[in-house]
Design a protein around this ligand. Structure first.
Ligand SMILES: Cc1ncc(C[n+]2csc(CCOP(=O)(O)OP(=O)(O)O)c2C)c(N)n1
Length: 334
């Protein structure tokens, strides 16, 4: 009997670069503080439509983004604000979009579920789970034809991995040796359905073996581990070595969205969430490695909090789209 885990690849662990780690910590904090604010705004009905906060996935999103080159592109998930923040998207335009304002990334027409920010290399969030996988095959083909050395990182959840597009996309990407990194963020749940009941394999990473590509199973709360793994996979893809599949394991914070009280989750899982809190983990790593002091962290929090508060104020002051133009921007002839 083969031990499935032995079939997986382990990324080379790079020595921690102090400057880079401090930057990653800052981004993790940015994502967290941004999301805490969006939840407040959602509860006070200033954010309209859906909201899927990235809390719990901060290190996975920040580490993955850091492992790419600037010209590489990212397909985020519906729970993917962290990718936008890590790519340096404007807090103002993000907030305005979530508030449905004309000044947002998509003129207030997309909100949380269809946001796109091509200026920072972020492709559109897809409301249909798993539909980003074949799209990533498409950008992979384009980049391969253009010989431009660009890599696509395609993020998706453990729920989305159960979609048929997963098989079709990984199979084609492997046959054509496309420069794509498939990045599954397994936060343990697909809405109210647990990973253990939806997935026959212990980790999706093992499925990579069936598509003749490297599969990595990593701790998605460890930003440096995620960074090293994505960097290795992206560099292989860029050098013509084809795709990889990474599963980054995280623990979802609370409900699927802020209005879900998650009564289906075991109490102890919610009570021990702190042990998997990416901010707490990265903070400890930064302090233990003497990369930051408590005072540095407090100062950072203050700076980021101020920037986010300004973005909220700016977003609230922006205009809603004119009623007459609203549909003109989102409907077309088919
Ligand atoms: C094809 C499809 N099926 C179902 C849904 C409804 N739905 C939206 S989010 C979600 C759970 C997604 O779970 P996962 O992919 O693990 O991502 P997570 O929300 O946990 O980050 C479901 C079932 C959908 N949007 N698209």
């Amino acid at each position: 009997m083969v031990n499935a885990k032995e079939l997986l690849t382990v990324a080379k662990s790079l020595p921690v670069d102090p400057e880079l780690f401090r930057g990653l910590f800052r981004q993790i904090l940015e994502v967290r503080l941004f999301e805490e604010e969006t939840i407040q705004l959602f509860h006070s009905a200033k954010i309209i439509g859906y909201l899927h906060p990235s809390i719990g996935n901060e290190a996975a999103e920040v580490g993955a983004t850091a492992g790419l080159a600037k010209a590489d592109i990212i397909f985020p998930t519906h729970r993917g604000h962290g990718f936008f923040v890590a790519r340096g998207a404007s807090f103002e335009k993000l907030m305005a979009e979530l508030m449905g304002k004309e000044a947002g990334y998509c003129k207030g027409r997309s909100g949380d579920l269809h946001m796109v920010a091509p200026e920072v290399g972020i492709m559109q969030v897809q409301g249909i789970l798993g539909s980003q996988l074949p799209q990533a095959v498409g950008t992979g083909v384009a980049h391969q034809c253009q010989k431009n050395g660009r890599v696509t990182l395609c993020a998706f959840g453990d729920g989305a991995a159960g979609n048929g597009t997963f098989h079709e996309s990984l199979n084609l990407a492997s046959i054509w040796k496309l420069p794509v990194v498939f990045f599954c963020v397994n936060n343990g749940w697909a809405a109210s359905f647990p990973f253990t009941k939806s997935t026959s394999a212990a980790t999706n990473a093992i499925r990579a073996v069936g598509y003749s590509m490297p599969g990595y199973d990593v701790d998605g709360t460890d930003v440096w581990q995620v960074y090293c793994t994505v960097k290795e996979a992206a560099e292989r893809a860029r050098a013509g070595g084809g795709p990889s599949l990474i599963q980054a394991n995280t623990v979802r914070w609370r409900g699927h969205d802020p209005s879900d009280t998650a009564p289906y989750r075991p109490k102890e899982e919610l009570e021990t969430w702190d042990l998997h809190d990416p901010v707490r983990i990265a903070r400890k790593q930064a302090l233990d490695r003497k990369l930051l002091s408590e005072a540095d962290i407090e100062k950072l929090k203050g700076e980021i909090g101020k920037k986010i508060a300004q973005a909220v104020e700016w977003g609230l002051a922006q205009a809603l789209p004119a009623r007459a133009d609203y549909l003109a921007e989102v409907s077309g002839k088919f």
